[in-house]
Design a protein around this ligand. Structure first.
Ligand code: BTN
Length: 245
C-alpha cells in the first residue's frame, strides 16, 4: 500500500469523510485510498462542528485504512501516526509545530490543521478507519466563527503548491503507518509525546466551564490524557476538558 498511488481527486463534495464512508459501503475500495476535494460544502469537524475552508485554498482529504492488526484499545495509535506524519513534513519548514492533544496541529496558539477520525468497529477489531484531514494552506482570511486559525502562507509568507504538499504529507503519513504495521508502538508514542503541546508543563484547562491547572504527564493508548493535579493523576477523555491557551 502506498498512499500516493490511489488518490481520488474531486472538485466538490459534501465531505471527503462522507465520500469515504460511501466508498466503503460499496465494499470496493483498497486500503490507502485517498479522497481529496478542492471544496467541501458540508465539511465536518470534531464534536459535531463544521469545517469551513475556501475552495482550492487548502487541503481537505481523507485516507482509508484497514487496521485489522490493531486492538480496539490501541486505536489512538492511528491518530498518533497521522498527526506525526503531518508534523514530520512541517518540521522541515520550522520546528515550532506541535500536536495539541488529541490531534490538532498547532503553530504557537494557532490551529493549522484538524483531524476527524471515524472508525468502523466489528467485535473487538477496527474494520476500517477514515482519517479526515483539514490543513490551512494558502487562505489568508477566515470566518470569524473559527477559533484562532492560521495557514502555512500566513506563517511562512509564501504560497504553497497544494498538489505537491499533499504528496509530501501522504509520503510522511505512509512512513509512520508502516512503522505502526511493523509494531513500533514505542517509537511512535515517544515521538508523539516529544511533539505534544505542553507535555510535562503546567497548563491551564477548563472542565465543565471551570478553570484548573495541571501538568500533562502522558496519553494512554486508548487516547485519554493523563493530567497531574496536585500530585494526583486523573484521566480525561476527548470531550471532558478544554485547553486555555
Ligand atoms: C477538527 O474539528 O479539528 C477536525 C477537522 C477535520 C476536517 C477534515 S477536512 C477533510 C475531512 N472531511 C471532513 O468533512 N472533515 C475532515
Amino acid at each position: 500500500m502506498d498512499l500516493q498511488e490511489n488518490i481520488i481527486k474531486l472538485t466538490e463534495v459534501d465531505s471527503t469523510n462522507q465520500y469515504a464512508n460511501e466508498l466503503l459501503s460499496t465494499g470496493n475500495v483498497a486500503e490507502g485510498a485517498v479522497i481529496w476535494s478542492e471544496y467541501q460544502h458540508s465539511g465536518r469537524g470534531q464534536q459535531n462542528t463544521s469545517w469551513v475552508s475556501d475552495a482550492g485554498m487548502n487541503l481537505t482529504f481523507s485516507i482509508i485504512f484497514f487496521p485489522g492488526f490493531l486492538k480496539l484499545e490501541e486505536q489512538f495509535f492511528l491518530s498518533k501516526v497521522v498527526s506525526l506524519g503531518i508534523i514530520d513534513y512541517l518540521d522541515n519548514l520550522d520546528k515550532g509545530y506541535k500536536i495539541k492533544w488529541p490531534n490538532d496541529i498547532m503553530h504557537g496558539k494557532d490551529k493549522l490543521a484538524g483531524i476527524l477520525i471515524e472508525c468502523g468497529i466489528e467485535g473487538d477489531k477496527i474494520k476500517h478507519a477514515i482519517m479526515g484531514i483539514g490543513l490551512n494552506v494558502n487562505q489568508m482570511e477566515f470566518d470569524k466563527s473559527i477559533p484562532n486559525p492560521i495557514s502555512l502562507r500566513e506563517i511562512h509568507d509564501k504560497e504553497f503548491c497544494i498538489d505537491t504538499l499533499l504528496k509530501s504529507i501522504l509520503r510522511a503519513i505512509n512512513k509512520r503507518y508502516k512503522n505502526l504495521i511493523n509494531g513500533d508502538f514505542e517509537g511512535i508514542s515517544r515521538d508523539y509525546l516529544s511533539h505534544l503541546l505542553g507535555y510535562r508543563e503546567t497548563i491551564n484547562f477548563k472542565k465543565r466551564g471551570l478553570p484548573f491547572t495541571a501538568k500533562i504527564s502522558g496519553v494512554r493508548s486508548t487516547g485519554e490524557i493523563i493530567l497531574n493535579e496536585n500530585n494526583q493523576e486523573h484521566l480525561y477523555g476527548f470531550k471532558e476538558i478544554d485547553f486555555i491557551l
